[in-house]
Design a protein around this ligand. Structure first.
Ligand SMILES: [Zn+2]
Length: 368
């Protein structure tokens, strides 16, 4: 039975020496204070962006530009390490009203140009070969007949090649294919939706498509957020959504001492009430969020410093962290009292722990 005790004492001692060990699993930023900081991958300053596309599609703004602006705003909170966007198939194939109107307008202009009613001041220039056209429709036809075919041929060649030959072909064609893609974006209408997924990928987002079941994107996004938190990949989470279903995950992030930023249009939304900072899409697109982020980051720094001071100096917190210390304190105090008693009643032989010594003294005197 006795051999059990040393281990108990040991574990309580570790707790006394370093409360971080019990805390670090739960609270990210506390690990910075602890002794085991050097062994852990640092998530300090890392920002992860999560975009709920089903809830907040970049409808009235070109998706690539919206994504770039979002990244720029997020980067004022730290180094953007990961950007993910989730939506169901329906959202990716949908064409927003604004885009539909633009297309209708273009169609109308094409008809007028073809009839010779109106004439574009600047000629339409093919961005692949540089040829000039007087009507948009002629440019589109040229592009489809020449460049789209070329592109398809290259893709087929790469597709049928294997091994090192495939690698060589990809290298050989990469520049041309990039040039084609950039030109095609302006000339051709995307086959699916308005090219939302491709545009976000181009801006550096990882894009996840989920089934059309309700809440499927929410669940996938939440799982992804939990994964990032568990692996301590980021210190700051930027969530683009107005969906109150994310309140729980934001609270969880705060419990783990992560910083949280919400981008949504609901001014007094449930998410913005929980998060450390909140912005609207307009603020992101106007670059206003970047300026405000400076003051938010300043507040965070102050908060971190305060937290560290509290942790170091607040005896209240330390006492709460482990009950053992209370016991030790009480022991020390009672011992002090005992010693005080001995000083006061030095001559008195009240039955105390030193009685044994007087006995041995007596023995010694007998021997003498
Ligand atoms: Zn051309």
């Amino acid at each position: 039975m006795l051999h059990k005790f040393p281990s108990i004492i040991k574990s309580s001692r570790i707790k006394t020496l370093n409360p971080c060990i019990s805390l670090s699993r739960f609270c990210h930023s506390k690990a910075k204070v602890g002794f085991d900081t050097l062994n852990q991958p640092s998530a300090q300053n890392n920002v992860a962006v999560f975009w709920d596309l089903d809830n907040k599609p970049p409808n009235s703004f070109p998706p690539f530009e919206a994504a770039v602006k979002l990244k720029a705003a997020a980067s004022s909170f730290g180094i953007v390490r990961s950007m993910v966007a989730y939506a169901n198939q329906h959202s990716f194939s949908l064409v927003p009203r604004v885009v539909r109107e633009q297309r209708r307008e273009r169609k109308l202009l094409n008809q007028l140009e073809n009839k010779g009613v109106i004439k574009s001041i600047e000629p339409y220039i093919c961005k692949v070969c540089g040829r000039r056209f007087y009507t948009n429709e002629k440019l589109v036809n040229h592009f489809k007949q020449i460049h789209e075919r070329e592109h398809q041929k290259r893709l087929n060649q790469i597709e049928s090649a294997r091994g090192s030959r495939r690698v060589k072909l990809v290298g050989k064609y990469s520049m041309k294919m990039e040039k084609y893609k950039n030109a095609a974006r302006d000339v051709l209408i995307p086959k699916v939706g308005y090219g939302l997924a491709d545009e976000l990928k181009r801006a550096g987002f990882w894009v996840g498509t989920v089934s059309n079941r309700p809440q499927a994107a929410d669940v996938a996004l939440r799982d992804h957020m939990v994964d990032v938190m568990d692996r301590r990949k980021a210190e700051c989470l930027v969530l683009v959504s107005d969906d109150s279903d994310f309140v729980g995950i934001l609270k969880e992030a705060k419990l783990r001492c992560l910083k949280t930023v919400v981008v949504g249009d609901a001014d007094d939304g449930a998410l913005k009430r929980v998060a450390d900072a909140g912005f609207s899409w307009t603020e992101i697109l106007m670059g206003k969020a970047k300026k405000e982020a400076v003051s938010v980051v300043g507040k965070w720094k102050d908060r971190d410093i305060l937290k560290r001071l509290e942790w170091t100096y607040n005896p209240e917190v330390e006492r709460k962290l482990n009950g053992c210390e209370d016991l030790f304190d009480i022991d020390d105090e009672s011992q002090d009292q005992d010693f005080d008693n001995t000083d006061d009643e030095n001559s008195c032989d009240s039955g105390a722990w030193w009685e044994l010594e007087t006995e041995s003294d007596g023995d010694a005197s007998e021997l003498q």
